[in-house]
Design a protein around this ligand. Structure first.
Ligand SMILES: [Zn+2]
Length: 270
């Protein structure tokens, strides 16, 4: 009986750790894609904004051009009137009539001057607007280039990882079948709450592999025994086991063997 339970817990932990490994691999795939999809979206938004601005500017230019053409037409009208008035002046019967027509001519002349002034003003506005359009267009050109580049990158990354992702998903389905349903529930909860997505960890160098809090030696022994499910007192993650500290293969087992193993001299190996 006792041995049967032992095996079961060990197997449960093993299944859970396997699932964790697959899920971590899937997390990594998503992380690699992580920023790119968002960057692509941001660029698309920016380009849309720039295009809206550009079309607004172009509408403004069109309206300026319409105003200019209106002023030019009214100038032509004034011109015609002046010609007509001058003809009339040839046939006046008295000075008073001549003076009255002169005033009309003068008035039309003034109208033409005003129109010229307005046309100049609007021409200036068109010039400025065209500068703005050129600047928006060059930004737009750059952004479109960026977008194209990023879209290509994203496509490559997705293509590269798609196969891995699908394989991992299949493995996950298989691994999931071996996981105890109740343990899976807490596994999911733990993963939701954990920033690094780790719900099942090993004890590494005497510390929890999830939150790095130290795990007392007696507890480590219990974890190694795998007679029951033991969770981290600090973060609640499930301990799947205690990772063996593998000493460097060479220049070991000589005079300073014990000291070398006890001291954390291993970082070079990582
Ligand atoms: Zn912990």
């Amino acid at each position: 009986m006792a041995t049967a339970t032992e095996t079961t817990i060990a197997q449960k932990l093993e299944a859970l750790l396997k699932l964790q490994t697959i899920d971590s691999a899937l997390d990594n795939i998503k992380k690699v894609r992580g920023d790119l999809p968002e960057e692509v979206r941001d660029l698309e938004d920016e380009i849309m904004g720039l295009e809206t601005r550009l079309s607004k500017f172009q509408q403004e230019i069109a309206s300026f051009e319409e105003q200019i053409s209106n002023y030019k037409n009214s100038k032509k009208d004034s011109d015609k009137l002046i010609v007509k008035y001058k003809e009339q002046q040839m046939n006046v019967r008295n000075n008073r009539e001549f003076e009255a027509i002169s005033k009309e001519i003068e008035l039309q002349g003034l109208e033409m001057e005003i129109a010229d002034k307005r046309i100049k003003e609007i021409d200036f506005k068109v010039l400025n607007k065209n500068d703005e359009i050129a600047s928006v267009e060059s930004t737009l050109f750059e952004r479109k280039k960026d977008l194209e580049q990023k879209q290509k990158e994203l496509e490559v990354i997705i293509n590269e990882s798609e196969e891995d992702e699908q394989k991992a998903m299949k493995d996950r389905d298989k691994a999931l079948k071996l996981v105890d349903p109740r343990l899976f529930k807490s596994y999911e909860k733990l993963r939701d709450n954990a920033r690094n997505g780790l719900a099942v960890v090993m004890v590494k160098r005497g510390a929890c592999g999830g939150c790095f809090s130290s795990v007392p030696p007696q507890r480590q022994t219990d974890i190694k025994d795998k007679k029951k499910i033991i969770v981290c007192e600090h973060c609640g993650r499930v301990f799947a086991g205690v990772e063996d500290v593998i000493p460097p293969p060479e220049k070991e087992k000589k005079s300073r063997s014990k000291a070398a193993v006890a001291a954390p001299a291993a970082p070079a190996a990582e």
